[in-house]
Design a protein around this ligand. Structure first.
Ligand SMILES: Nc1ncnc2c1ncn2[C@@H]1O[C@H](COP(=O)(O)OP(=O)(O)OP(=O)(O)O)[C@@H](O)[C@H]1O
Length: 277
């Protein structure tokens, strides 16, 4: 089976004051070509889920049980060296803050070639062209100038576009995005999400995206995972979960986050999607 299958994931934060269990046995899948959204209130465990899967948990976080099979291998069993090879090459990661992903003292062009070198991929004129193409299709206005410059010369929106281009540079099969637009202005958020989903979907990749924004899920995702206090309380196609939620928490999330007019828009989006299938 292709894609990502996560089974019975348990993640805990161990400290002197005790153990906080952040995930209580979470299971889900991301199929080929699928965009899956992760929603839930703050602290419900959304970031912990995606960071557990790619072994980017902040200390003292630790996965204590479960599996995360990606194209047949359990990522959680891989030593750090091997998982580093998969991150970037097979799985692209886009974090909340683009500046945390960019090196402030290295030109953008060099950062692209460093990614290739770190994964043993040869760098030639073709690789530079690919970076330029990706920057252009990510909506970067002057890719040549950006390539020659540094991260601090970029706005937040442009920096996140550069990070998206870098995440896609080695053609990963899966993109994981943890609230990729939280740090950006509202006006830029939609453009960046459009870019990310267009580049993901258009090339047959799959994506797991964490977001607070249910409108984003309605517009861009095929399926949705609803988290509540470290548990996945509901999952399924967006058209099903948003239109006929089964779990009381999903109902309250939809009611509390979505204003009546937005709820109608959400429903209309879903109905038009299901009619066009
Ligand atoms: N560094 C930490 N130390 C101890 N517990 C932590 C730590 N980070 C996260 N947790 C625990 O994990 C839970 C889930 O946190 P997580 O950041 O995954 O939630 P989230 O849904 O992504 O929240 P947000 O939407 O605010 O980013 C928290 O409620 C907390 O109990």
């Amino acid at each position: 089976m292709s894609g990502l299958q996560v089974r019975d994931l348990v993640t805990e934060f161990h400290s002197r004051s005790g153990v906080t269990r952040a995930l209580h046995g979470v299971s889900f899948e991301v199929g080929a070509n699928e965009i899956v959204g992760v929603v839930g209130e703050s602290g419900s465990g959304k970031s912990t889920v995606v960071r557990s899967v790619i072994k980017l948990l902040m200390p003292p976080g630790r996965v204590t049980a479960g599996t995360a099979e990606f194209h047949g291998q359990d990522l959680l069993k891989l030593p750090e060296r091997q998982i580093r090879r998969i991150r970037g090459r097979e799985i692209g990661f886009v974090a909340q803050n683009p500046f945390s992903a960019l090196n402030p003292v290295v030109r953008i062009e060099k950062q692209f070639s460093n990614i290739a070198k770190a994964h043993g991929v040869g760098v030639d004129a073709g690789s530079r062209d690919r970076a330029l193409e990706l920057l252009a299709s990510s909506g970067v206005d002057n890719p040549e100038r950006v390539m020659r410059g540094y991260a601090h010369e970029l706005s937040g929106g442009m920096a996140q576009r550069v990070v998206i281009a870098m995440a896609l540079y080695l053609n990963p099969r899966l993109v994981i995005a943890d609230e990729p637009t939280t740090a950006l202005d509202l006006t830029v958020q939609r453009q960046v999400l459009d870019t990310l989903t267009r580049l993901t979907k258009g090339s047959g990749r799959s994506m797991l995206i964490v977001t607070h924004d249910l409108g984003v899920v309605a517009n861009y995702c095929d399926r949705v995972l609803v988290m509540y206090r470290g548990r996945l309380v509901e999952q399924g196609p967006v058209s099903q979960v948003f239109v006929q939620p089964k779990d009381p928490y999903t109902v309250s999330l939809l009611n509390s986050v979505v204003q009546p007019e937005a709820a109608e828009a959400l429903l209309a989006t879903e109905l038009s999607k299901s009619r066009s299938i």
